[in-house]
Design a protein. Sequence first.
Length: 645
Amino acid sequence: MKNESYTSLLKQYWGYDDFRGIQREIIESIGAGLDTLGLMPTGGGKSLTFQVPALAMEGVCIVITPLIALMKDQVHHLRQRGIMAAAIYSGMQHDDILRILENCILGSTKLLYVSPERLGSELFQTKLKHMKVSFITVDEAHCISQWGYDFRPSYLQIANIRHICPDVPVLALTATATPKVVDDICAKLTLNSQRLRVGERSSGMLSTSFRVFRMSFERQNLTYSVSHAMDKRTDLIHLLDGEKSSAIVYVRSRRHAREIAELLTEAGLSATFYHAGLEHAVKDQRQRDWQHDRVRIMVATNAFGMGIDKPDVRIVVHFDCPDSIEAYFQEAGRAGRDGLPARAILLYNAADEPKLHKRIRDTFPEKDYIRKVYDHLAYYYQIATGDGYGVSREFNIDDFCRKFNHFPIQVHSALQILQRAGYIEYLAEQDNQARVKFLVTRDDLYRLRGDTPDEEKVIVTILRNYGGLFADYGFIDESLIANQCGMKSHEVYQTLKGLSEKHVLHFIPRKQVPYIRYLQRREDSEHIILPPAVYEERLAQYQERIEAMLRYAKDDSKCRSRQLLEYFGEKDVKNCGQCDVCHTTAKTDIQQAQQKILSLLSDKKRHHITELYRLQLDKEEMEQALTYLLQEEYIFQEDGYLLIP
């Protein structure tokens, strides 16, 4: 594909005249059939690097991404542009998945978005063998690295997909990866050691088949600062009261999200909160309210994350200290995507350090405790030693903790470690679709119809799209119903709740339900092996990330932007001149320049202004110091001479 063709597709479907940054290099590399890794900052235009070549190449592009909301949004926007795209993810009906996969085989789909959990299904792998695949895109590629801050075991399934499609190139994309994680991504995704790397490899990279393209993570319009706060709540109100544009406040816990939103509301500021525990309709409504400026401030946990693309966020405040530079950099990067000046501020005080160290103990509980959780899990499901292989059960963590006197944070961590060790599969965010069953007969339903036009539209649409709902529960897609009814998803949700309250039907809202699946027969807990790669090495890595975050928060001697960029392996970076450190340093340097000028003139004699150059001062600092001294009348100037009065 010639360069002109990529540009013409960009113009035809997106209206842009040309690519920016490293987009063209990445597109040409994957278009040439080469394994490619692109490191691009948040807001750097990652999507175009796979959407454009997908249109240019024959076959379907498989896009692996962990965010269902993001894939739905991208599919919607692609279809609006006349591009055939589809998505399959956990919770979808079998018939819908089958139809989408068959369409890919027939060649009518250009981009297929897939959640990593679906990659291991027999249906997907069987159908994949019959598809003409142009290339595989791995979005948020840092999730495949066990050294990454957001490692997801489901991403390891991608290696199996490469063996099914051995001649298909891979495009890996991420906005947060240290040099070590970059090496690990390339190693995990390289098909075999015989494939030669094409082109020069970046400094420090392992020898793999991947071409690595790196765009500087520097955001010149974004000012990073750390505010050492005695009273975080008062400082937060002051910061947000002085900034009238859209804002995000990140906190650590769900409880904190609600409390801080209430604090801001009581202070007269427009705020709401968001976390993973809210019902989907509530989350969608709050995100829309914020997106359309009906609410100015979103107080959120990290559940409000990837895929949030509001360009005019002017300030992102971290009320609680994140546990890694990677998490902080990605969340802070949601400010100023429109290219206009924006701020990212970390509120920090002495209480944050012990809290971060406690997270280490919570995230890596003692091995004996992990074995105890494994035993209690078996008691919870009544699984005998030697049994349980392949057993899958819904997991109510609150009920489990009540019965066995545990705390949810430590249990969650223990289950994740048992998953990495290969004993269980712990799907902490299994997405279950909404379900409906009619409680009246079909004849009664036709007589009743709906009390309101919305109720009638929803009932008719459900009957048109789904069968068997008078006999048993069936999954429904609220967004599909909303689209066909000309309603909003939250309006469909409220209508279904109303029909449920009237006992016309029983509506079970969509929710995220954790699941446990045994990958091995139950062992005696003393035989549970937690090898160093699962426990000690990852513990050491997590401790390193915590310490790096603390160094950033406490180091007032080096430019904040330089600290962040050097962490991600960038060299020869310059001071930003805008952060709290740079401002303090500049003020100190100017004060020192003032003292040198006053010292020169302290003999009370007239000194020609050119003598200042003998002081070997920075030109800008000298000019600012001289201007201040003259304005405040510490010195006077006559005919090119300076003197102290």
